[in-house]
Design a protein around this ligand. Structure first.
Ligand code: HMG
Ligand code: MG
Length: 302
């Protein structure tokens, strides 16, 4: 088995992680989290979302967070924009990349962004065009690629359908997301392959929530296909407010430990990453969800 020689991680903790917190997290804390992630060597960070504050109040400070981060020229900062209103608000913050987010499940599309899959593509098209015209890169997230909290199992054909529609409107790369963490390796490979029918291997990433504890296995299954881009959250933060019961993303610390153990290059300093995870966990007042961080923190204490 030949695995990729290197892997790129987008840490989505500041966005996917903190969008789901019950308690408000001050912008200053989000800004420091971004700083700590870049200090740990992350080259891509999903910072925030320009979404309706009525839908997701946790992201209402998007512009302040973007204004407060101290940018490193080697780091790509992305933000979620569900519509033109969000894009227009985001553009002033100079994101390197915007993310339009759709779903392979009709019911989830309705719950999350209040429109059908077809309508979402119609909404995204002018956003994608405006971003490309402004020299901003465009990523597309596809939720519920293996399972949906409302529809159950999702066929790979539905993933292929959305991936094709995204490709047709100019989306440059896509995230295959297991929103509720129900996927297992073969199912996840099928979902990835459905996206790979429309996008190249460098343009497809894995975004695995760890609700059922399968995310590392699914990461390995993705690596076996040659996928080398992944999203994860420091300390395993995360969850979508419209996917009840779904827990956080796979912890970045756990993915890095896996990759380092396999001799795959990531450019990330695991100790500094654990410090970043500890910073946000301390702020939230609960232990990290990362098994690797727990183990290494215990070792440090000893
Ligand atoms: P809507 O209610 O259908 O939108 O929501 P609307 O166009 O009818 O507007 C309604 C109100 O929202 C208006 O305000 C608009 O101005 C305002 P009002 O007149 O009532 O005062 N509005 C906005 N305000 C700020 N920024 C905007 C914006 N758009 C409208 N961009 C909408 C449609 C998409 C806006 C809404 O459903 C929404 O914000 N949804 C966001 C849901 C979300 O953020 N979910 C979590 C992120 S996705 C995720 O976590 C999954 C992922 O991690 C992958 C995975 O794991 O699956 C990416
Ligand atoms: Mg997610």
């Amino acid at each position: 088995m030949k695995y990729p020689a290197r892997v790129k991680i987008i840490d989505v903790g500041p966005r996917d992680g903190l969008q789901n917190e019950k308690q408000p997290v001050p912008a200053a804390v989000k800004i420091e989290l971004v700083q700590r992630l870049q200090d740990a060597g992350l080259k891509e960070i999903e910072v925030t979302s320009f979404v309706s504050p009525k839908w997701v109040p946790q992201m209402a400070d998007a512009a302040s967070v973007m204004a407060g981060i101290v940018r490193d020229s080697g780091v790509l900062y992305s933000v979620l924009t569900p519509n033109l209103k969000g894009f227009e608000a985001a553009v002033a913050s100079r994101p390197d990349e915007i993310v339009v987010f759709g779903a392979a499940s009709e019911a989830f599309s309705q719950k999350n962004i209040n429109c059908s899959i077809a309508e979402s593509i119609e909404r995204f098209a002018p956003v994608v065009q405006a971003a490309l015209d402004a020299g901003i890169a465009v990523r597309g997230a596809i939720s519920c690629t293996v399972g949906c909290p409302y529809e159950g199992e999702i066929a790979p054909e539905k993933v292929g359908y959305v991936a094709r529609l995204m490709k047709d409107i100019g989306v440059q790369r896509v995230d295959v997301a297991d929103t509720i963490g129900v996927g297992t390796p073969i199912k996840v490979q099928k979902a990835l392959e459905a996206a790979l029918a429309h996008f190249g291997i460098d343009q497809v990433s894995g975004h695995f929530h760890d609700t059922y504890g399968q995310a590392l296995s699914n990461t390995l299954a993705a690596l076996e296909l040659g996928v080398w881009n992944f999203q994860s959250s420091v300390a395993g933060l995360g969850g979508c407010p419209y996917a009840k019961g779904a827990t956080g993303n796979v912890a970045t610390e756990d993915v890095i430990y896996l990759l380092q153990g396999m001799g795959i290059e990531t450019g990330i300093d695991l100790d500094k990453l654990i410090d970043a995870g500890q910073f946000i966990s301390d702020h939230l007042g609960r232990p990290t969800q990362s098994r690797v961080a727990k183990a290494l923190l215990t070792k440090r204490a000893g």
